[in-house]
Write a new protein. Structure first.
Length: 644
């Protein structure tokens, strides 16, 4: 059927415009907002940052957002495999700081689950992402708890305005049972109302269990996930708008044998308000989110396929973020306040329905930050401080408070070369999940610890930034220290328990290069070397590498956008890393190559061809999962357009 449709669409038609007439310039020097709270170019920032714009995301072959972001400098989980990974392991680390030491925001809303810290990547497929910005380094002084190693801001598809409408419909299928359907449309409803809708559905299948976690009865694992997003915007004027958003995600994984699976359901509603007046702006974002996870483990290795336990993990949270900015001739004052309330519990039932374990709790997190940015012709300085509080109600209630400062400066050494340096502190309290919920993978039990105390950190970074019209090169070094770092610690060969490590240290360097190869072709490359290890605490772990933090990583992306033709090449190298604190579970290395090709057909339709893991690399994405095999996907994209 697909071949018939393609044959009809490629029938002879009028000549297309020449590529040079429709070439879309791709920026070499991007601008970001996440680093300081106001938009600035990468070259003029006093801190390091990375960005994927709409072209880079549209030309990336990966279907899942976490896989695409593995090509983003500073994103440590570059072998992330959300479609086939236990949901409790879907965590992030930035700039080598370690798991859960990075904050993720999606359209201004915290994307990490407030109870467990993991991210439901099914809610953010690559097709729905239009921009990703990453602050590489300490961000707690502005963004609060969790932003130790950086802050990732994701922007998703939304209303285009009150005069234009348009969208796309994509239907694709490929090897390993891959099905990927995505649709999005933005429409004006009146002269003040506009709306957008996006829908995604993906399924895949392959044998994902490595020998140490496999059994003779295993079949191919199955993954299915769906997403829906609705946004309604009311534009009272060019300076004021109100927007309602709904985002839902439904994720199911079956690991290839009976009673070894999980499902997750997420529903989120948000309401945002933005008002600009004079030289100031005010924004308010509120959200309510509920999630429900069902996790089943079988009695592996003694009785594969026999039910061991069923876990039910319902969570809920409500939060708000208020931000006010006032701009003067050479300075900008920013005040940010946010708070959220989180609740949830974990109930574990045995194979006969008897209660085996139960943990419950709630948290209140709040903070206020003040930041001043001073800008001169050849220099800029950012200085800020924030106070955070975390109140936890479990069997052992407690309240923790911390103050996190940050100072950063940039100076232009010449017309093209800038020097930057920054120093900042960070803070993260334990998630409720770390305090009350345990689980089991194969024969190994992973236990909670209600006695965990918060992490505190400090980061010092410095870098050089070279910029011309066609080339942008930056070299940045960062040193991050975390006291009382929270991690799984090995108790015995079959038991790991969360605990506080006295001190960890990460020393890293990142080189990034962006080069214009032609007006419509851009090369982006990076290389990172980082030594993330334990420097204080148990003698058995001192000197050991931090789990899931690669010692070396590198990437290369080439994007070409000419008219409706898009070409993308992605090469990512994930260096050696470990899955445990004693470094007895090596994950090896992975060289992943992908390609994207989007070709115009008749009537403005396009045929899309994607190759993921084109070399067929066999690698571990986590200790109990193989990463996806070589996958080829062929799809058809049909535009929907019009005007009011």
């Amino acid at each position: 059927m697909l071949a018939f449709v393609l044959a009809a669409l490629v029938a002879p038609s009028s000549p297309s415009p020449s590529p040079s007439a429709t070439a879309t310039p791709l920026p070499v020097i991007a601008t970001v907002r996440v680093a300081t709270g106001s938009r600035e170019t990468l070259h003029r920032l006093p801190v390091a940052a990375s960005v994927f714009d709409a072209a880079a995301l549209a030309n990336h072959p990966a279907m899942t957002g976490d896989a695409a972001l593995g090509s983003l400098p500073g994103f440590d989980r570059d072998r992330s495999n959300s479609a086939f990974t236990n949901y409790g392991q879907l965590r992030v680390s930035f700039t080598g700081a370690g798991n859960d030491r990075g904050l993720v925001l999606a359209d201004g809303v915290p994307a990490q689950d407030g109870f467990g810290g993991q991210i439901d990547w099914a809610a953010y497929p690559t097709d729905d992402l239009v921009r990703a910005e990453l602050l590489r380094g300490a961000g707690s002084a502005l963004y609060g708890a969790g932003a130790i190693g950086g802050v990732l801001q994701l922007d998703t598809f939304g209303p285009a305005g009150t005069t234009e409408s348009g969208g796309t419909l994509t239907i694709a299928g490929g090897t390993h049972g891959t099905v990927h359907n995505y649709a999005r449309v933005s429409v004006p409803l009146s002269h003040v109302f506009s709306a957008s809708l996006s829908l995604s559905q993906t399924q895949e299948s392959y044998f994902d269990l490595p020998p140490a976690y496999a059994s003779p009865i295993d079949l191919a694992a199955q993954s299915q996930n769906s997403m829906a997003s609705i946004r309604l915007r009311y534009a009272a004027s060019s300076a004021t708008y109100l927007e309602f958003g709904y985002r839902g995600a439904w994720d199911d994984q079956q690991e290839g044998r009976s009673n070894y699976d999980f499902s997750r359901r997420l529903n989120q509603n948000s309401l945002g308000f933005v008002h600009s007046y004079g030289h100031a702006s005010l924004s308010l974002m509120t959200y309510v989110r509920n999630a429900f996870v069902t996790n089943r483990a079988d009695t592996y290795p003694t009785a594969p396929g026999a039910l061991r336990y069923t876990q039910y993990v319902p969570t809920n949270e409500i939060g708000a973020v208020l931000m006010w900015t006032s701009t003067a001739a050479h300075s900008e004052l920013t005040v940010r306040g946010d708070g959220r309330a989180v609740g949830g519990d974990s109930t574990q039932l045995g194979s006969n329905g008897t209660l085996q374990a139960e943990g419950t709790g709630s948290q209140r997190l709040d903070g206020v930050a003040v930041q001043e940015t001073f800008t001169l012709e050849r220099a800029s300085v950012v200085a800020g401080v924030r106070e955070d509080g975390v109140s936890t109600s479990t069997n052992t209630p407690r309240t923790d408070r911390a103050v996190s400062p940050r100072v950063a400066a940039r100076y232009d050494l010449s017309k093209h070369l800038a020097f930057r340096i920054s120093d900042g502190a960070g803070f993260r309290g334990p998630f409720l999940n770390e305090l009350v919920r345990g689980y089991q993978i194969g024969p190994v039990k992973y236990l909670p610890n209600p006695a965990l105390i918060p992490e505190r950190s400090s980061s010092l970074s410095a870098g050089l930034d070279w910029s011309t019209a066609q080339t942008h090169i930056a070299l940045d070094a960062i040193h991050t220290y975390v006291n009382d770092a929270i991690s799984f610690l090995t108790v015995s060969p079959t038991v790991q328990m969360r605990g506080n490590i006295a001190r960890t240290q990460t020393d890293g360097e990142t080189l990034t290069i962006t080069r214009e190869l032609s007006p419509a072709t851009r090369l982006q490359a990076f290389g990172t070397s980082q030594y993330a290890r334990v420097t204080g605490g148990d003698p058995a772990t001192i000197g050991k590498r931090l789990a899931y933090i690669p010692s070396v990583s590198a990437g290369l992306n080439i994007d070409t956008t000419t008219g409706t033709t898009g070409v993308g090449l992605s090469v990512t190298y994930a260096g050696p890393t470990y899955a445990d604190d004693l470094n007895t579970q090596p994950l090896g290395t992975a060289l992943l190559v992908g390609a994207h090709l989007s070709l115009p057909l008749q009537n403005s339709a396009r045929v899309v061809l994607d190759f993921e893991n084109a070399t067929g690399a066999r690698y571990l994405s986590s200790v109990d999962r193989y990463g996806p095999p070589a996958t080829v996907t062929l799809g058809l994209t049909v535009p929907v357009s019009g005007s009011r």
